[in-house]
Design a protein around this ligand. Structure first.
Ligand code: ADP
Ligand code: ADP
Length: 224
């Protein structure tokens, strides 16, 4: 079952063409990777899928609805490339603020906060101010925020940037678990090759187009 369908989209800013004729589909429960150099158009593409930007032409469908669709946004967790956190608040206060934005009871909010913090291994640091967090801890807090609404679809822009290898592995194990045990569909951008290999399907993005798509083993020669 396709949960995401992108049909012939075009996107530019002023005279700069950023995406040209991009089409793809993502199956339910896949980890789908966008691989490509900086400036290729990966962030723009995932923002269009997440409903944060508008296409100039073409369509994006998520869970059967044309984006941006307000009800579908509840089911899409998005983690931006740079962290948008309240540095003067603690980790827990950040989570509580974002949890309050969703239609959840107080009890559900509390449960989701402990669940999301546990997933990213931040439980012991929740009472520290985010200003005192390392870069990796901030990335993990951002990831926890994207999980608060328990979305069917997770869209993650370079989720492991600035995170040390050990923790990178633990975040990837977590993504694999979310896919396997909870059937979540995950879109991830990366330029790290060993992360590409953990995806079920990848699209190589160059200059605003999909250069090739396939499984990591099919495309091995192209991205190494
Ligand atoms: P085309 O080259 O005909 O435009 P695509 O590039 O979309 O088609 O797909 C190429 C091949 O990859 C097809 O065999 C298609 O079924 C397969 N494919 C496309 N997207 C996925 C996906 N998300 N998961 C698995 N297979 C896919
Ligand atoms: P990637 O995520 O692969 O690094 P981006 O999608 O961030 O690529 O950027 C693709 C291209 O679009 C770049 O040339 C970038 O400068 C341009 N771009 C992205 N956002 C904007 C914007 N808001 N205004 C103008 N140009 C932009």
């Amino acid at each position: 079952v396709s949960v995401i369908k992108v049909n012939h989209i075009q996107k530019g800013y002023g005279k700069t063409k950023v995406l040209d004729e991009v089409s793809l589909s993502v199956e339910k429960g896949q980890i789908y990777g966008f691989i490509g150099p900086s400036g290729a158009g990966k962030t723009t593409l995932i923002k269009l899928i997440a409903g944060m930007e508008l296409v100039d032409d073409g369509e994006v469908y998520v869970l059967g609805s044309k984006m941006p669709s307000l009800p579908v946004l509840q089911d899409v967790g998005y983690m931006a490339q740079s962290d948008a956190l309240y540095l003067q608040l603690t980790g827990k206060e950040n989570l509580a603020f974002f949890a309050s934005l969703f239609k959840l009871t107080k009890k559900q909010q509390k449960d989701r906060i402990s669940y999301a913090a546990g997933l990213v291994n931040l439980t012991d640091d929740l009472d520290k101010k985010v200003a005192a967090y390392s870069g990796g801890m901030k990335r993990r807090l951002s990831l926890a925020i994207s999980l608060l609404q328990d979305p069917q679809i997770l869209i993650l822009d370079e989720p492991t940037v600035g995170i040390d290898p050990e923790l990178r592995l633990s975040i990837w194990n977590e993504l694999l678990r979310l896919k396997k045990e909870e059937g979540k569909t995950i879109i991830v951008t990366t330029h790290v090759m060993d992360e590409a290999e953990r995806c079920d399907f990848i699209a190589l993005i160059r200059n605003g187009s999909i250069l090739a798509n396939g499984t990591p083993s099919e495309l091995k020669d192209l991205y190494h």
